[in-house]
Write a protein that binds this ligand. Sequence first.
Ligand SMILES: [Fe+2]
Ligand SMILES: [Fe+2]
Length: 244
Amino acid sequence: MAGNLRDRLLRRRRSLPAASGDERALDAQLELLNRLAAVAEYRDDDSGQHIYRVAWMSARLARGLGRSPDEVEELYVAAPLHDVGKVAVPDRILLKRGPLTSAEHMIMRTHTTVGGQMLASSSFPYVRTAATIALTHHERWDGQGYPRQVAGAAIPLQGRIVAVADVLDALVSRRPYKEPWPLDRALEEIESQRGKHFDPDIVDMLLAIISIEGLPPEIAAGGVRVAPPAPDTADWLSRFRETL
Ligand SMILES: [Fe+2]
Ligand SMILES: [Fe+2]
């Protein structure tokens, strides 16, 4: 099944002006994207699974919203990099257990622009998507987010989707500073931010998916591993295709 994704990505790659190389080169890119995401994840979350749960839920939301299979899979590949810019945030801020000062918040927020810059201007569409997500996943529908205070549909869809999936996973997960929230409470919180923090259509899709399917084990706190460790990219992709 993973071959289907590779074929599709290879076709797209061949359509690019600068495209060259073979299937192995494409696999290398996917693996490097996965490893790069893991760099950020290992600094921020000792479970190492948050980024994959966010990717899975983002892709599920995109599929529910009627996006094409290419877009859904591109989102799945790119979403794990949403916080890659945190590599530039000092440990004393990133790993601080108490509340951040406003100066520390300002530094923490730079992970969006740093991540966007790290990935920007790639010749590969999925890396450009990752740049978009890194830059926009903390924007808010009401324009009160960061770093650019973009509002509504001016925020790229991928960033709006990852915003919802990221917050849901943070709420239902154990973090150094909080216990996992029960699903009902997490969904109430997300619904209360419908049209404020989050795109209303994406909140509606999330609620519809969970009311019909329940919380997927892929994102349940302490649930199954969505992705194996970084090197097993092909397995990671085939697992995605089996579960979505
Ligand atoms: Fe973030
Ligand atoms: Fe996150």
